[in-house]
Design a binder for this molecule. Sequence first.
Ligand SMILES: [Zn+2]
Length: 346
Amino acid sequence: MIRFEKFQEAAILHNPLNGFELEAQPVEYRVDPISGHVSSFHTRPTRPPVIFKTDDAVIEKLNREKSEGCLFCPDKVITAAPKFPAELIPEGRLTRGEATMFPNLFAQKGHSAVIVLTRKHFLHLNEFHPEVLYDALKLADIYLRRCYEVDGIKYADIGENYLYPSGSSIPHPHIQALASHWPYYLIKLYMENAKKHYQKYSQNYWDELVKKEKRLKERYLGRLGSTEWFVPFAPSRHDEVNFVVRGKSNFLEFDDSDLRNLADGLSRVLKAYHANGLSSFNFAIYSGPLGRKLNYLWAGGKIVSRSSIQTYPTSDIWYGPNILLYGFITMTPENLAESIRPYFTQ
Ligand SMILES: [Zn+2]
């Protein structure tokens, strides 16, 4: 049985912004039921505008900026991008629609692919259309299946860093597909804890979670085909939306409709981010061990906003999340869900 644990405190201060009146700032701590990760937030939303306010002039500069020298622009990709060894991808690089896939020049794992989404050097967040994301996800799917067939890799992830505050050094929109014989921390934690949950309650954790969120109607966003979308009870990061693929524990079980629904959902969240004035994000899609069906695990992912584009951006990751591994968010999960839900009902 899933329990949503929360605790409340108040920070007492004389506030100079209010004539030094004594005030109590309500703070809530929440525990994520599957990971045990703790997050806190003001129950009166206080998003600091300085971090999340996009400077449109900087965006316009990026948009106008000559793509000269960009390795991901169409002329450079076909002449300068790295190529895969023939035993992995005989064509060297793969393309689909406007998307092109090639190896990462600076690999993070034993298998590291980059997939450039589009010929355009820059996209606003409301321009990440489902078909653009689908073509890229399809190439990632082909790549990871190939890595599994050739090298027997078990652990894979697909993700995107968009614009400089997200960790990306190249603004040209691209995703990554990574694979290794060793698990990353999140999937290891989910596998261990979801297995315990299944053994104790004879229920898949995410099946139970989605039912609970649907019943509560506080954070649930919607279902797209086999994918379920919701704001988590205890988000680790700003504007965090979670998603799962019903009944599928690893990428090899995904079919085309799953990839299309993932692309559709990500595109909807990004439209909501755009409308909320955001400009930078990360998303990551995780998978259980490839080729091994686990009844207690559902594959899924998370999308989060990052500090917005500004001349001198302030990072949203300070020492708490970066070193001490606690979450701090500036909008309540319920308010966030309310602002994103309309994009899942259209
Ligand atoms: Zn470019």
